[in-house]
Design a protein around this ligand. Structure first.
Ligand code: PRX
Length: 651
């Protein structure tokens, strides 16, 4: 896989193009190329037209109130997300259609029709109410990929209690920080989940987290594992999910929410050590997820749509739960790992449910590529008609492999660029219209205005690298950082006036297609997941033997990037393999396994500027084996030479 991280020059010379197959265009949801122009001419009108497709308790008065950097969409409207995802499908033939198809890792499975899902959501919503959860109260969710997770989300949305989902792979400490930041009163968890045949001890992690969370009164525990989980329930705090919903009514009115009421908080890594609570609101978010699911995935009534993400990340929020269910689609969710019990698990799932649309991450595609064609070849994948990718740049080789081996050479591949903050896909092909080029996310979704600019904010010429910015508000855009409005302004709206700064580098080619180059800040993208260098560094310096640490992202064949750390130990502590292992485990324990460094290098000193700032740029050059960039601002040039030598010796 020589071109896992191709140079941008190589990318821009990528000559292969794939126009949409005629049969695909003939039946596509969007066939009129004029949509771009129309949306551009009146983007508010464009979004307002989409809003007509949703259910409103009360119609909105004003489509957009744009007071940069504060956007309010559909003000005056009253709407409920859970109602839009469930109730409005109950009156017609969708009532008994599969809403959620769930596959457990051990091979157990369940199908929820819209009617059944609605009943379970109502029962759980009533259960939450019985615990005193009210509109506006935050509820933290720390669960495996089991049906109770979307049920909990939809129940929260139903009663107007914003959820904050914490990915089940995060550590007790990460969970605790996120609970405390949003002051949740209730935690919803499970007795465990399955991952590669082992039980993930979520309840134990939750118990540890709850030792330092004064606001949490109740913890609801769903039963996934049973007796083997061996959990202990704390009297007065813990309640079993089953006991809570026992005897609850299957009717629960959906709370009419203001368009701008908070729907959820989702924490993501930024440039500092403290994760940011990205706030999404009700109407705009729902609309963005709804519209993009319908157009980007060309979603039809009879599709079986499968997004392989975990609901703990934004992709799962928008494209397993809210987008597909708002469209009345059949959405597949899978609990476990792609290589358990064997490396054909994904393709076995496609065959089992006859999935028609598959949406996954480049890292998963590269892992499958490594495992070889024989695994997908074992299964009938002829049901698939569209493929999607998200989360990180996709190298053309992986794109081609996906198209050929999973899509049988006949399906469009949509490379979708977006972020936790954007809530919805923003740069993407429209599969019935766009001629695809491997490696490019192609064009902004209609109504979205993106540009590549230089330091001063001026647009750069085609083929030149620059910063990716967004010039217009879009409905699903984050509204603030929970509890930290200044950080919202500073992070996204301060570099250029009234323009959203994405934190990504990009190039535009002469066709106007975008090529995303990756983060330009101190965020590392490991297998499509964001980790901040500062988080890893704080975890390292928390160890008693560490004096100083710097971490960077280094290109990785499968994961896109891996975490590498440079560490200075305290006086008198010996460097050793055991110490390296201990520090890696320490980071995994503090943050979660996704942040575990691939490599740790011990250094007598770290390259710093004269004002004492660690120069990560030079560390990246060292780790990538590049010629060192400008070293003139270094306090001590010898340090970097020494490190470089040492690094090369270790490699
Ligand atoms: O760097 C971009 C990368 O993932 C970042 C957003 O990460 P997160 O908020 O965790 O959301 C991931 C799923 C939406 C972006 O700033 N990224 C996301 N999609 C792509 C991408 N990079 C290149 N191509 C993509 N399609």
């Amino acid at each position: 896989m020589a071109d896992t991280v191709p140079s941008i020059e190589a990318l821009l010379q990528e000559g292969r193009t794939f126009p949409p197959p005629e049969e695909f265009t003939a039946q596509a949801n969007v066939r009129d190329a004029g949509v771009y122009q129309k949306a551009d001419a009146d983007f508010e009108g464009f979004w307002a037209q989409w809003a007509e497709e949703l259910h409103w308790f009360k119609r909105w008065d004003k489509t957009l109130q744009w007071d940069p950097p504060n956007a309010q969409w559909f003000t005056g409207g009253k709407i409920n997300v859970s109602y839009n995802c469930l109730d409005r499908h109950l009156t017609g033939p969708r009532r008994n259609k599969a809403a959620l198809v769930w596959e457990g890792e051990p091979g157990d499975w369940k199908v929820y029709t819209y009617a059944h899902l609605h009943r379970e959501v109502c029962r759980f919503a009533n259960g939450l109410k019985s615990l005193g959860v009210k509109k506006g109260d935050r509820v933290t969710i720390y669960m495996p990929m089991i049906p109770e997770l979307p049920i909990a989300m939809l129940a929260c949305a139903r009663i107007g209690a914003p959820h904050s989902i914490v990915f089940g792979g995060f550590s007790p400490e990460s969970l605790r920080d996120r609970i405390n930041d949003c002051q949740a009163n209730v935690l919803i968890t499970a007795d465990g989940g399955y991952r590669r045949g082992r039980v993930v001890p979520l309840k134990q992690n939750a118990d540890e987290a709850l030792e330092g969370t004064p606001t949490v009164r109740t913890s609801i525990v769903a039963r996934r594992i049973g007796d083997d989980a061996n959990v202990s329930m704390k009297e007065g705090r813990d309640v079993w999910w089953d006991d809570l919903v026992e005897g609850q009514s299957t009717h629960c009115d959906a709370e009419p929410m203001d368009s701008e009421d908070m729907l959820f908080i989702l924490y993501t890594s930024g440039t500092t050590g403290k994760p940011k609570g990205v706030v999404h609101t009700t109407a705009g978010y729902l609309l963005g997820a709804y519209a993009t699911t319908k157009w980007v995935f060309d979603l039809k009534e009879e599709d079986v749509y499968w997004c392989t993400a975990d609901i703990g990340w934004v992709t799962g929020h928008s494209y397993i739960v809210y987008g597909p269910l708002a469209n009345g689609a059949t959405s597949v969710m899978y609990e476990g790992a792609p290589d358990y019990p064997d490396r054909d698990r994904f393709w076995a799932i496609v065959e089992k449910y006859a999935a028609t649309i598959v949406y996954t991450a480049p890292t998963a595609i590269r892992a499958c590529m490594r495992w070889g064609e024989s695994y997908p070849a074992k299964h009938d994948l002829s049901s698939i008609r569209l493929l999607g990718t998200v989360g990180e740049p996709i190298n053309p080789e992986a794109w081609m492999w996906y198209r050929e081996n999973i899509g049988g050479g006949r399906c469009p591949v949509v490379d979708t660029w977006w972020q936790t903050e954007t809530g919805m896909i923003l740069i993407t092909p429209l599969p019935g219209l766009t001629t695809l080029t491997p490696g490019s996310a192609t064009r902004p979704f209609p109504g979205v205005q993106a540009e590549v600019v230089d330091e001063k904010g001026d647009p750069v010429a085609p083929g030149q690298g620059g910063y990716l910015i967004l010039k217009r508000p879009w409905p699903a855009m984050l509204r603030t950082i929970y509890g930290d409005p200044e950080r919202y302004v500073e992070q996204y709206w301060s570099r250029y006036p009234n323009v959203y700064f994405t934190g990504d580098g990009a190039k535009m080619d002469d066709k106007g297609f975008f090529w995303i180059l990756g983060r330009v800040d101190d965020v590392i993208n490991v297998a499509g997941h964001r980790i901040s260098t500062m988080e890893v560094e704080s975890a390292l310096v928390d160890h008693r033997s560490v004096a100083e640490a710097a971490s960077i992202g280094k290109s990785h064949e499968v994961k896109g990037q891996g975490v590498v750390a440079f560490v200075t130990l305290k006086e008198g502590v010996e460097t050793s393999d055991a110490m390296e292992r201990e520090l890696k485990a320490h980071v995994a324990r503090k943050i979660g396994a996704i942040a575990r460094p691939d490599d740790i290098y011990f250094a007598a000193d770290l390259p710093k500027t004269r004002s004492g700032k660690i120069m990560r740029r030079l560390l990246r050059d060292i780790a990538e084996g590049r010629v060192l960039g400008d070293t003139t601002t270094l306090a001590d040039e010898g340090v970097v030479e020494m490190l470089k030598q040492q690094y090369e010796d270790d490699e």
